[in-house]
Design a protein around this ligand. Structure first.
Ligand code: AMP
Ligand code: ZN
Length: 491
C-alpha cells in the first residue's frame, strides 16, 4: 500500500452527488463492476472512452496497493431495441447478417477485445456474459417475487416500480420523479402486460419466432436487460461492493433498475460508489450509432475516414481523452487530435531526454518531492487526468531547461523523475512507450528517411528523393508533401 497517498483518494459518488473519501468495504480488496458493451456492433470511440476511463481508475486503484477484482460484463441477450421493448439487438443483427446470434456475439466480442488491446487497456479479471448466467438471473427473479416487488403476467415477470417506490425510493441515481418515468410508448397504448408504464421486465416470455430463449419456472423466455448486472455483480463481488460504473447514459433506467432489483433482493444498494463517465461527442452531439454520428477506432488508426486529415495512433487518441476529466463532455475533432499528437510528442521527447540529462549537481532547481506529491493529489482528486497532465508538463519544462543547461538537477532527483514518469505514463495512464517498442523504432526510421529525402530535395537531388518516395511506397508507406513539410501514411 502506498502509505502516503492511498488514504487521500476521493471519488465523486453519483449516488450522493459529492466527492467522498474512498474507504473500501474490505480494507485491502476492492471490487469494481463496469457495465460492458452489448456485443451486436463494433465498439465506437464513444464506447472506448468509457472503458478507457475505467481502465485508468482500475490501474490507479491497483497502483495504490489494493487488490482489485475488476468485473466487466458482456451483454449477449436481453438488450432490446427500446431497452425493455422491441426486438433483441443481438437477434436483430443475426437476422440482418444472416448469422447465428452466437456468431454475432463472437464476432463483436473479438472486435471489442482487439480494440481494447490496441488501446493497451488491462482486461477485466472476470468478463461474465448474460447467457452464461441464466440460472443466477432466475434465482434473482424468484427472490424479487418473494419480496413482493414482482408480478407475473402472461409468462413474463415485471418489477413493480410503483409498489417498490412506496417503501424504497426508486430513481435514486437519476433523481427522476416517478410520474416522469415512462419506459416506452407501447406501454401507453394499452397493449402492454405491465401494470404501470414505469415497470420493467425481469423476464420476458419468448414469442414463437424468438430464437434466444431458456426454460424457467414461468415458461420459455429470456431475462430483462437490467437483471444481468445485478445478478452477476452480486455473484462475483458480493451483495454490496465498492464501485459500480458505466457511462452517464446508463444512470437511467439501467442503473436505477439495478439498484431497485438489489434492494428488493437484500435491501442493499448494490455498490458503495456509483461512477459515471461523460460522453464523447462528435460535432457537438453524442457519439452514437443510432444517429449515425460515430467513428470506429480502426478508422482513426488507419486514416480511413472522411472526417480526419490523417491517421492517429491509439496512444494519441488515449492522450486526447485525458485532456478532459472523465465526468466532462469531450468533443472529438481533427484539431484536437492534431494538438494531442503534438502534446504527446513533446511529452515523450521530454521523457526520452531524462537518461542523458546532466545530473552532476548538488542541488536541483525543482522541488521533485513536491511535484510527485502534486501528481498524486491530482489523481486522488477523482482521477483528474487533465490536471495531472499539467503537472507532468511542468516537469517536461524543467527537463528541457536542464537539457539546455539553464537549470540544475542532481542524481537522486533524476532517478525520481525517471521513475515517476514511468509510473504515471505507462503504469497508470497505460500509454504505450512507442519509442521503446519496435513500432516506435520504425516510425523513427521513417522520420529519418523523410529528413534525408528533404535534404536531397534541398540539394536538388531529385533522383534520390524520388527513389526514397517510391521505395517507401513499395513498403506500403505513402508520403504526402505539403508546403515545407512531409507526412506519411500506412496504406
Ligand atoms: P452499449 O454497448 O451501448 O451498452 O455501450 C457500452 C458503454 O459505452 C456504456 O457504458 C455506454 O454508456 C458507453 N457509451 C456509449 N456511447 C458513448 C459515448 N458517446 N461516449 C462515452 N461513452 C459512451
Ligand atoms: Zn449493466
Amino acid at each position: 500500500m502506498k502509505s502516503v497517498f492511498y488514504k487521500d483518494l476521493k471519488i465523486y459518488n453519483s449516488l450522493s452527488g459529492k466527492k467522498e473519501i474512498f474507504v473500501p468495504i474490505n480494507k485491502k480488496n476492492v471490487g469494481i463492476y463496469v457495465c460492458g458493451p452489448t456485443v451486436y456492433n463494433n465498439a465506437h470511440l464513444g464506447n472506448c472512452r468509457t472503458f478507457i476511463s475505467f481502465d485508468i481508475i482500475h490501474r490507479y486503484i491497483s497502483h495504490l496497493g489494493y487488490k482489485v477484482r475488476y468485473v466487466r460484463n458482456l451483454t449477449d441477450v436481453g438488450h432490446l431495441e427500446n431497452d425493455d421493448d422491441g426486438e433483441d439487438k443481438i437477434s436483430k443483427k443475426a437476422r440482418i447478417e444472416k448469422l447465428e446470434p452466437m456468431e454475432i456475439v463472437q464476432k463483436y466480442t473479438l472486435d471489442f477485445h482487439t480494440i481494447m488491446e490496441k488501446f493497451n487497456t488491462i482486461p477485466p479479471n472476470i468478463e461474465p456474459t448474460a447467457t452464461g448466467h441464466i440460472l443466477e438471473q432466475i434465482d434473482s427473479i424468484s427472490k424479487i417475487i418473494e419480496s413482493g416487488y414482482a408480478y407475473e403476467k402472461n409468462g413474463s415477470i415485471y418489477f413493480d416500480v410503483i409498489k417498490f417506490n412506496k417503501v424504497n425510493k426508486y430513481g435514486k441515481l437519476s433523481g427522476r420523479k416517478i410520474e416522469d418515468m415512462m419506459n416506452s410508448s407501447r406501454d401507453l397504448d394499452g397493449t402492454s402486460d405491465k401494470k404501470n408504464p414505469q415497470d420493467f421486465a425481469l423476464w420476458k416470455k419468448a414469442e414463437n419466432n424468438h430464437i434466444m430463449y431458456w426454460n424457467s419456472p414461468w415458461g420459455k423466455g429470456f431475462p430483462g436487460w437490467h437483471l444481468e448486472c445485478t445478478s452477476m455483480s452480486k455473484k462475483y463481488l458480493g451483495d454490496f461492493f465498492d464501485i459500480h460504473g458505466g457511462g452517464m447514459d446508463l444512470k437511467f433506467p439501467h442503473h436505477d433498475c439495478e439498484i431497485a432489483q438489489s434492494e428488493a433482493i437484500d435491501n442493499q444498494s448494490l455498490a458503495k460508489f456509483w461512477m459515471h463517465t461523460n460522453m464523447l461527442t462528435l460535432n457537438g452531439k453524442k457519439m452514437s450509432k443510432s444517429i449515425d454520428n460515430f467513428i470506429l477506432p480502426n478508422e482513426i488508426f488507419t486514416g480511413k475516414n472522411n472526417f480526419l486529415s490523417k491517421d492517429f495512433s491509439p496512444n494519441v487518441v488515449k492522450f486526447f481523452m485525458y485532456q478532459a476529466h472523465y465526468r466532462n463532455v469531450l468533443d472529438l475533432s481533427n484539431n484536437a487530435l492534431l494538438a494531442s499528437e503534438k502534446g504527446l510528442n513533446k511529452l515523450v521527447d521530454g521523457f526520452n531526454l531524462i537518461p542523458n540529462l546532466d545530473s552532476n549537481n548538488k542541488k536541483s532547481d525543482f522541488d521533485i518531492d513536491n511535484w510527485i506529491s502534486n501528481c498524486y493529489s491530482r489523481m486522488n482528486d477523482d482521477f483528474n487526468t487533465p490536471m495531472l497532465m499539467a503537472e507532468i508538463f511542468e516537469c517536461v519544462k524543467f527537463i528541457n531547461n536542464v537539457n539546455i543547461g539553464s537549470k540544475n538537477l542532481n542524481k537522486k532527483d533524476k532517478e525520481k523523475i525517471q521513475k515517476t514518469f514511468e509510473i504515471f505514463l505507462f503504469e497508470i495512464l497505460g500509454l504505450i512507450n512507442e519509442k521503446d517498442s519496435n513500432s516506435g523504432k520504425s516510425s523513427d526510421l521513417i522520420e529519418l528517411l523523410i529528413k534525408i529525402r528533404n535534404q536531397a530535395r534541398v540539394n536538388k537531388n531529385f533522383e534520390l528523393s524520388d527513389q526514397i518516395r517510391n521505395d517507401l511506397l513499395k513498403l506500403g508507406i505513402q508520403l504526402n508533401d505539403e508546403k515545407n513539410e512531409s507526412s506519411y501514411k500506412m496504406i
